[in-house]
Each structure stands twice: as structure tokens, then as C-alpha cells.
Design a protein around this ligand. Structure first.
Ligand code: ACO
Length: 429
């Protein structure tokens, strides 16, 4: 805490209101407005653009400079030198693991990859054409009906077990959602494989023959999980925290995060990018769509461009772009027509005055959509893959909140409806 104070003068209130100002390790100062309620006032901040809803030590973002740090480590260093499970350890425990800690962590995650056999029958309740995100919202929420022995949120061991279960089982459940939609048998996890390799095995393998997963593609998949692992207090993480603040169990909280992630302004953007590229259909139609994106009277937006926080560049997008180039080269897909549209769009957006002035750069979803398409992942699974990667971030934030002091989240409002009025009987309306 600092000794800094902000003073607020409001018409009709005698004297100025003094508000404490907090300083984090890095980042902007934060005015503590808690004292306002005693003066009969709330703050008004739709979309929470100026509101720090919690104190956290997990992830730091400087949107203007394009910086993203997990526990202090820059995302590009983690993407280059680390892997997804090591980054999970870092996010959960605050430090990089030593060799023994890493082996133990990876072994424990592997021990939890299988799901309760009855969950397999649970899938039969869904329609085959259901969106996999709809299935994930339901199945992940239902985990609390299967794993009663890790629901006591006040018990640190329960929280740990729930964390392992969620990180380990998400790829299994995600792949099952896909297999169910195409009518193929579910694949059991193969714990001799790495996390991302195992996911690709469960997605594309069949019981008829051994899976052969290219190490380059497994690495690209791992990097996608890593780059999505956490992103501070975004919409889905804030949703998980809000749900968790009521004392809800971790599986229910993560299901709420999955629901929030689904929207096209958040995790659904990677799917929307590919749908948009398909709608554009040909490089010759790009100008028409760019013109629509710039037209104030047209709600159309270029999916995969812009970010609420990054107004310079998205550091994840930089790494993802490099991964996209590697994957396309490995698969010999440099001439794919959809990818040609994507590349041209990127060029236009980076040179067009509208996008430059509004600081609209390709975001992580723009390039992850391209890689996932190249990997043969169906578009409807893109956001599910985001959810798999982000699960650790949700858990790390949930755990940080539950293991510290917290109160139920309860925002207030600026009420603009009717003042009190009397009920009118039906025959007089
Ligand atoms: N295409 C065209 N114009 C855009 C775009 C876009 N993708 N994004 C923003 N703009 C324009 C807006 O029309 C607005 O113009 P105005 O000032 O003339 O009214 C201006 O840029 C600011 O836009 P806001 O919506 O106020 O910006 P905000 O920070 O609230 O939104 C968001 C950020 C939601 C990401 C937005 O840029 C968007 O909708 N992008 C497309 C969807 C997308 O890619 N989402 C993924 C985000 S990354 C993630 O979740 C991992």
C-alpha cells in the first residue's frame, strides 16, 4: 500500500472525499473507491475498462507496449523455451519447476487423463450435430456430479486434485466431443504421449491402427495451448472468479468460464475468423469486406483484428504467426486459398489508415485459426481448444482467490428505469 491519496469533490457533498491509491509491482496506479458507498455513490464503468476487480500475482499485461508476463516471465520466452505443462506449473505455483518437480507434475497430470466411464454414456444424451462448446459447457459442469471427493473448496488438497483433474481431463473431453459429432469411437488417452500429442491422438486416432503424430504438429498444438494459458482478468476468467466468489465448486466455475469464452468477441473469435474467410471466399472480394468493416452503418467487423487491451500489438500473435508459417511449410500448404485470403487481409489491415488509426492489429485468434485449420481441426472445435489451454489460467485465478481473502462479487448499477409507481389493475390498463 502507498501513502498516495486521490481527492474527489462532488457537488452537494461537503468537503473532498479522500481515496487511497494503490501501487502494484508494475502497471498503472489504482484508486481504491471502496469509501464511495459510505458517501452514497458508486462508480460507473461499463465493460470494466477502468476497473481493477481484484489483486493478482499471476499475469501482467501492458497493452500499450505489447507485453504479457506470466509470473514475470515474458510470453515469447515461455513459447520458445518452455512447454504447456511447465507453464501450467508456473501459473499454478508461481515458480518454474525444477526437474523433479516437473516430472512429478507431468506424471500426476497423466494419471488423471481418463474420465469416469459413465461420462462416455453421458455424451449420448446430446444430439450428434450439437456444437462442441455446448457439449463442453454441459460435460465440464457435470464433472462435479462424478468427482464428489474434490469439492470442498476450503481444503487445499481438494483444490489441488480438482486442478489436476481439470487440466488432465479437458483434452479427453474435448476430443470426445469431436469424436461424438463424427460418430467415431472415443479414444482412450495414451499416457506415454505428451499432452498435445495425446490430444491429437484422441482427436484423429482410431482403434484400428496406431496413431502417428508429427512432432512438428504436436509442438504447434502445445504452443497453441501455451499461448492461451492465461490472460489476466479477461471476460471468462472474471466470470470464473465471480462464480467462484459465491463458493461454487471448481467444475461448475470452469463450466461458467467455458460459457463466457464461447462468445465471438472472446474465444469464439478464432472460429469466427475461419467462417469469415470462408464467407469472403476469394481474394478478389477482400476489398468489399474491408469496406464493410470500415462502414459505420454496417455492424460487420473483421474477425481476428483488434483487442480490448493490446493497442500496439498482441505479443501472442507474433509467436503464433511464426508457428503458423512453420506449420504451413511443414504441411506444404503455403498455397491454400483460404490462407491466401488471410495473408492478404493481414497485409491490408496492417497498411490501411482505418486499422492503423484505430490500432486494430491481427490478434492471437487470427493466426491460431489459421494453424488449427492447417492441422485439420474442424472450425467448430477451435474455441474448445482455446478452452483446453485456458483451463489452467481459470484454475490459477480461482485458486488464488479462494486461498486468499475474498468476498462474494456483487457489482452495483446506474439505475435508469422507472422510479416507484403504483400497480394498475388489469381492467384499467
Ligand atoms: N473490425 C473493424 N472495426 C473494428 C474492429 C474490427 N475487428 N474492432 C474494433 N473496431 C472499431 C470499432 O468499430 C470502433 O470504431 P469507432 O471508434 O469508429 O466506433 C473502434 O474500432 C473501437 O472498437 P471497440 O469495440 O470500442 O473496441 P473494444 O476494445 O471494446 O473491442 C474487440 C475489442 C471486442 C476485440 C474488437 O476489436 C472486436 O470486436 N474484434 C473482432 C473480434 C475478435 O477478434 N475478438 C478476439 C479478441 S482476442 C481474444 O479474445 C483472445
Amino acid at each position: 500500500m502507498s501513502d498516495l491519496k486521490a481527492t474527489l469533490t462532488v457537488d452537494g457533498i461537503d468537503g473532498a472525499i479522500e481515496l487511497p491509491v494503490h501501487e502494484g509491482t508494475i502497471g498503472p496506479r489504482v484508486v481504491d473507491v471502496g469509501a464511495l458507498t459510505a458517501n452514497g455513490m458508486f462508480t460507473y464503468d461499463p465493460g470494466f475498462v477502468s476497473t481493477a476487480a481484484c489483486e493478482s500475482q499471476i499475469t501482467y499485461i501492458d497493452g500499450a507496449k505489447g507485453v504479457l508476463l506470466h509470473r514475470g516471465y515474458p510470453i515469447d520466452q515461455l513459447a520458445e523455451h518452455s512447454d504447456y505443462l511447465e507453464t501450467c506449473y508456473l501459473l499454478l505455483y508461481g515458480e518454474l519447476p525444477d526437474k523433479t518437480q516437473k516430472e512429478q507434475f507431468v506424471r500426476t497430470v497423466h494419471n488423471h487423463t481418463m474420465v469416469h466411464e459413465q461420462i462416455r454414456t453421458f455424451y449420448n444424451g446430446f444430439r450428434r450435430d450439437a456444437h462442441p462448446m455446448a457439449i463442453m459447457c454441459g460435460v465440464v459442469g457435470a464433472l462435479s456430479a462424478f468427482y464428489h471427493d474434490s469439492l470442498d473448496i476450503s481444503d487445499e488438497h481438494h483444490r489441488q486434485v480438482a486442478a489436476f483433474r481439470l487440466i488432465a481431463k479437458m483434452p479427453t473431453l474435448a476430443a470426445m466431443s469431436y469424436k461424438f459429432s463424427i460418430g467415431q469411437p472415443f479414444m482412450y488417452p495414451d499416457n506415454s504421449m505428451g499432452y498435445a500429442e495425446n490430444f491429437l491422438h484422441m482427436m484423429f486416432g482410431t482403434p484400428c491402427e496406431p496413431s502417428r503424430i508429427s512432432p512438428v504438429l504436436a509442438k504447434a498444438m502445445d504452443r497453441i495451448f501455451l499461448l492461451h494459458a492465461d490472460h489476466e482478468q479477461n471476460a471468462s476468467t472474471s466470470t470464473v472468479r465471480l462464480a467462484g466468489s459465491s463458493g461454487a465448486n471448481p467444475f461448475a466455475c470452469i463450466a461458467s468460464g467455458i460459457a463466457a469464452l464461447w462468445g465471438p468477441s472472446h474465444g469464439g473469435a478464432n472460429e469466427a475468423v475461419l467462417n469469415m474467410l470462408e464467407e469472403i471466399g476469394d481474394v478478389s472480394r477482400i476489398d468489399e469486406f474491408v469496406a464493410r468493416a470500415k462502414d459505420k452503418n454496417d455492424p460487420f467487423r473483421l474477425m481476428g483484428f483488434g483487442h480490448r487491451v493490446y493497442k500496439n500489438f498482441d505479443p501472442r500473435a507474433k509467436v503464433m504467426k511464426q508457428a503458423a508459417d512453420e506449420v504451413l511449410a511443414e504441411l506444404g500448404m503455403e498455397n491454400d486459398p483460404l490462407l491466401a485470403i488471410a495473408k492478404r487481409l493481414e497485409e491490408i489491415a496492417l497498411s490501411d489508415e482505418y486499422f492503423i488509426e484505430k490500432k486494430l492489429y491481427p490478434n492471437v485468434d487470427f493466426y491460431s485459426g489459421i494453424i488449427l485449420k492447417a492441422l485439420g481441426i474442424p472450425t467448430s472445435m477451435f474455441t474448445v481448444i482455446f478452452a483446453v489451454g485456458r483451463t489452467v489460467g481459470w484454475i490459477a485465478h480461482w485458486n488464488e482467490m479462494i486461498s486468499g481473502s475474498y468476498r462474494i462479487g456483487r457489482p452495483r448499477q446506474l439505475y435508469t428505469g422507472y422510479a416507484q409507481r403504483d400497480y394498475i389493475p388489469l381492467d384499467q390498463r
